[in-house]
Design a protein around this ligand. Sequence first.
Ligand code: BDR
Ligand code: CA
Length: 313
Amino acid sequence: MPPRKIIIDTDPGQDDAVAILLALSSPEDMEVLGITAVAGNVPLELTQKNARIVCELAGKTDVPVFAGCDRPLGRQLVTAEHVHGKTGLDGPSLPDPTMPMQDQHAVDFIIETLRREDAGTVTLCVLGPLTNIATAFEKAPDVIERVQQIVLMGGAYFEVGNITPTAEFNIYVDPEAAEITFKSGVDIVVMPLDVTHKALVTQPRNDAFRDLGTPSGIAVAQMTDFFERFDKEKYGSNGAPLHDPCVTAYLIAPELFSGRRINVEIETRSDLTRGMTVADWWGVTDRPANATFIGDLDADGFFALLVERIGRL
Ligand code: BDR
Ligand code: CA
C-alpha cells in the first residue's frame, strides 16, 4: 500500500511533538503533506513555532508548517500551561527554529490540499482543538466529502474529563468546532482519554527513549519527564499519558487499538458540561453511529513501535 497522505493539525504540546516525530519517522506509512498549527495548549504564536522546532529536531525542514486559527470559533481561548509549561514544549532545551513559516493560512492550505488531491486520499490527523478543521468545513463545504478520514485525539466516556469534571481539553476548548466536525459525515476515528490514559510512559518506557541516545530520543524522554508530573499528581498514575501519538500510531498499526462504532454528540450549551462527548457506548439510543470510539490499546506494542520509529531519526 502506498503511504497515506496526511495533514497534521496540532497545538504542540509535548505529546503532539511525539505524535509528529512518529509521523515524520514513518515515510512508508504516511506522507506528511503539511502541518497546520492551531491555538490550544498554548497560544498560536507558540504552537506554530513549536511545530517548526519539532520538524527541525526530526531533521525534516522541508515539511511545510502553516499557522491557523488563533482562537476558538465563538469563545475565549483556554490554554493548558499548567500541563505543558510556559512554552508548551517545556522539558528539553531546543533551539529556536530557522525554517520559515508558510505565508498561507492553515485553513486555506487544508482547503486547497483537499481540492488538489484525489478525493478520498487525504486523512486529517487532529491533535488539538478542532477550530481549523471546522473553519475549513464552514468556508468550503465542498471539501468535506473529499476527506478520506479524520483521526483525532479528543473526548472521553469512561474517563469523563481532564480539564473539567466532564470534558476533555481539545473538545472543551472549541466545542462548536467539535460539533461541526462530528456532524460533518466524515469517517471519524476518536482517541479519547479512555484509551490515551492507558498509553502511560512508565519509567522503563521513558528509559527506552532516553537510551536511544539520539537528539529525538533524548528530547522525548525530557518532554515526558516534564509533563508526567501533572498526571502523577492528579491521577496518581505511573507516568505521562501519550495522548496524541495514539492518532499517528493508529495509521501505522490499527491492530493495536480496539473500539466501537457508535454515536457521539458534543455538548455545547450547558455551562456545567460544556464540551462533554456524549458517547453512546452502550447503544442505548437509536442515534446513528458517526464515529469509531477507541477504548483500548496494546500499550507494549504501542511503545515498541514508538521507540523503533523514533530511533530512526
Ligand atoms: C489533549 O490536550 C492536550 O493537552 C494534549 O496535547 C492532548 O491533545 C489531552 O486532553
Ligand atoms: Ca494536543
